[in-house]
Ligand binder design. Structure first.
Ligand code: KG4
Ligand code: ZN
Length: 428
């Protein structure tokens, strides 16, 4: 079965194509292609993701990315000479009916679809999976509408996938760079604990069921419960906001991390000590907004005390910034590792998963690996390449759902009528 996945929950426009094969003993997949088009540079000017710009960019990027994934691969999904062709009339009519159905909600996307005559040749795709949320609602709708219209044009079922579940799956992908090779998911000892740390979310999730048999064959639907979450800013959001205060570009995580590494390398220690919010509370919740405020005051106080009223900006030295980046990263790392330790003790989890954009952070990865060594459990991390948003994780999550729903590998029981964008407000 060939699965096309679409991910537009934030500022990455992503598509992936995978092929799966499964029987009663094993579930296998191979990656045909996974493409991610980042809009980060555009949003950088706003210091964070600007939802209407994300919507416009997704609308512009999806059709060219689909063309690329279908035709620039030389793969088995490329329409062949005997592929069914949709007539010009049928094509125009289906798009215009859909446009009316969505009440002109996305004119940019509709215009780019109308011009894409390659869509008239039906490719060898059996299922379309799309991220329904959580994420930025205007951005999510572009992907959902794109999935729906492709489903209508090609008569292919569409299924919604939860973005956070995608991040869980991302850590179970064995080799995201081994294109074309058949592979199985990593074997996950259950119950597992997942720490999902992204720009929009910070969650501790107890994973009670997932593919766990030796060949990755699923028994029972995935089952999760959220046992802790942030009360205000997400971890990635805190990195981005603090980066802005330190006048670093968006997305801030990698820039803060680079400065923090430099500080460690040259022995720079911050003159300011930042708080470790909610470190001592018995619950598994987080709070990061206080950290950002503490950084704001640290900068303000340093400027005020510089005695250099006419040129306050210069009062913040590179050394001060570098030290503060390290202190901030250490504070986030300490809070995350302490809460993970508490959660491991509470849940008796047999493995730890980390996922989401912040899971690319080396300091956090190392600290969590040390915790797992202490508790003698394995850690599952996505490769850095797919720790941020991508459609590969969505495609594989869809394959897993399907594997459970339908042993015959047929997606007929699924339909696309009820997909809704599960948006969440992002504080940017
Ligand atoms: O999962 P993701 O790509 O998008 C959302 O679903 O939000 O996460 C993006 C977040 C951004 O806030 C970014 O600053 C953060 O991940 N991030 C990092 C690093 N790389 C990306 N944070 C800390 N250290 C990093 N190396
Ligand atoms: Zn994400």
């Amino acid at each position: 079965m060939n699965i096309l996945a679409i991910e537009t929950s934030c500022d990455e426009t992503a598509l992936a194509l995978i092929e799966t094969r499964s029987n009663s003993e094993s579930f296998e997949y191979r990656i045909i292609q996974s493409l991610v088009h980042s809009q980060a540079e555009l949003h950088s000017a706003y210091g964070g993701v600007f939802p209407s710009l994300a919507k416009r960019e997704h609308s512009k990027n999806l059709v060219p990315l689909l063309h690329k994934i279908l035709f620039e691969n030389g793969n088995s999904v490329v329409p062949s000479v005997d592929s069914k062709i949709i007539s010009d009339n049928e094509f125009a009519e289906k798009i215009s009916t859909f446009d009316k159905e969505i009440t002109g909600q996305n004119t940019d996307l509709i215009a780019s679809l109308k011009d894409a005559s390659f869509l008239k040749t039906i490719p060898n795709i059996d299922l379309i999976a799309v991220t329904e949320g959580p994420g930025l609602e205007p951005a999510l709708w572009v992907g959902i509408n794109f999935a729906k219209i492709l489903g209508i044009l090609w008569n292919v079922p569409v299924i919604p996938i939860d973005h956070m579940e995608g991040h869980v799956v991302g850590s179970l992908i064995d080799s995201d760079k081994a294109y074309g090779a058949w592979q199985t998911l990593k074997k996950l000892p259950l119950p597992s604990l997942a720490l999902l740390i992204s720009g929009g979310h910070t969650e501790l999730v107890s994973v009670e069921a997932y593919p766990c048999l030796p060949a990755g064959r699923l028994r029972g639907l995935p089952s999760y419960s959220i046992i802790g979450q942030t009360k205000d800013d997400a971890a990635g959001e805190a990195f981005d906001k603090v980066a802005r205060l330190l006048e670093l570009p968006y997305p801030g995580g990698p820039h803060i991390s680079k400065l923090a590494d430099e500080a460690r390398g040259s022995g720079i220690i911050s003159t300011v000590k930042l708080p470790r919010p909610m470190l001592k509370t018995a619950d598994l919740d987080f709070s990061f907004s206080g950290l950002k405020t503490a950084v704001l005051y640290a900068i303000k106080n340093t400027k005020d005390n510089s005695g250099n009223e006419n040129n306050a900006e210069t009062a913040i030295t590179d050394k001060f910034k570098t030290g503060l980046a390290r202190e901030f990263e250490d504070a986030v790392t300490e809070v995350l590792t302490t809460k993970v330790s508490k959660a491991l003790e509470k849940t008796d989890a047999k493995s730890l998963i980390i996922g989401g954009g912040v899971s690319a952070n080396t300091n956090i990865r190392n600290a969590l690996s040390d915790i797992c060594t202490k508790y003698q459990i394995p850690i599952f991390m996505p490769s850095r390449h797919i720790s941020g948003d991508n459609a590969l994780m969505i495609a594989i999550a869809a394959a897993i759902h399907l594997d459970h729903n339908n042993d015959s590998d047929s997606p007929k029981s699924l339909n696309n009528t009820n997909i809704k964008a599960q948006g969440t407000k992002r504080l940017m």
